[in-house]
Design a binder for this molecule. Structure first.
Ligand code: HEM
Ligand code: HEM
Length: 189
């Protein structure tokens, strides 16, 4: 049978690892959140246990801080490799022009698609930077300083979860619209 793979093995592997690690990072982060909710403190609304990992604060921290090195490594190497070998597949200024100027619906959809998945990489980098700023605030004081107060830093780090939720949903739906299950196959196995 003819091979349907258009994506190199490294990007397929890192795509899958990033997705799996993200589930672990988000759910263990939400477990940490429950110990002292960003919104409302200890009197605030907790996240349902279905979406959390670790069982209690120490368990959530164990997972979150245990996975963070692997997550940073996977995201960092993926970004470097994409920029080195697949820069043309990432969103750029020209895609914004296509969005506003092109009359071709297919081209516009493809431009949104590229912008959307590139934006996800930006949001994940923000999760990593704000996470590091909270993990080592004394050593990385200059990084923590970029994001304002501790509460602003927490809100920003937390916000990456719902923002990624919306972006992933959009990315999946748009991928299905553009290439259906055949496209899904080219990135998964
Ligand atoms: C290397 C990457 C990361 C590091 C170093 C990191 C570090 C941290 C730290 C130190 C906290 C505790 C904050 C506190 O004391 O209040 C935290 C909480 C949290 N993290 Fe991460 N994190 C990383 C990536 C992520 C990712 C990718 C997500 C999901 C998109 C995520 C979601 C959360 C959530 C929801 C919380 C709870 C927010 C809070 O209560 O402050 N983290 N993270
Ligand atoms: C979890 C967060 C995710 C991120 C950060 C992400 C990011 C990306 C990126 C950067 C690409 C381009 C890769 C390249 O061309 O080398 C891509 C492609 C793709 N992703 Fe995701 N993705 C995520 C989740 C998903 C999920 C859950 C699905 C579907 C179940 C999916 C389906 C696809 C498909 C079908 C492509 C191929 C698109 C094309 O070639 O035009 N992704 N993704």
């Amino acid at each position: 049978m003819e091979s349907q793979h258009h994506h190199p093995l490294w990007t397929r592997t890192l795509h899958a690892c990033n997705g799996a690690l993200l589930i672990g990072m988000a759910s263990s982060g939400l477990q940490i959140y429950n110990a002292n909710p960003v919104f409302g403190g200890r009197a605030g609304e907790p996240i349902p246990s279905l979406f959390t990992l670790g069982g209690w604060l120490a368990g959530g921290r164990w997972w979150h801080f245990g996975l963070m090195g692997v997550f940073a490594f996977v995201l960092g190497s993926w970004l470097l490799l994409l920029m080195q070998w697949r820069r043309q597949r990432l969103g750029r200024g020209g895609d914004l022009e296509t969005l506003s100027a092109s009359a071709n619906a297919k081209k516009r959809n493809y431009a949104i698609h590229k912008i959307l998945y590139t934006l996800m990489l930006v949001v994940l980098s923000l999760a990593l930077l704000t996470g590091l700023a909270m993990y080592k605030p004394a050593t990385l004081w200059w990084l923590s300083g970029w994001f304002g107060s501790w509460q602003q830093l927490r809100v920003l780090h937390f916000a990456t979860v719902p923002v990624m939720g919306v972006l992933v949903l959009g990315h999946v739906l748009l991928s299905l619209k553009l290439g259906g299950l055949r496209l899904l196959r080219t990135i998964s196995w």
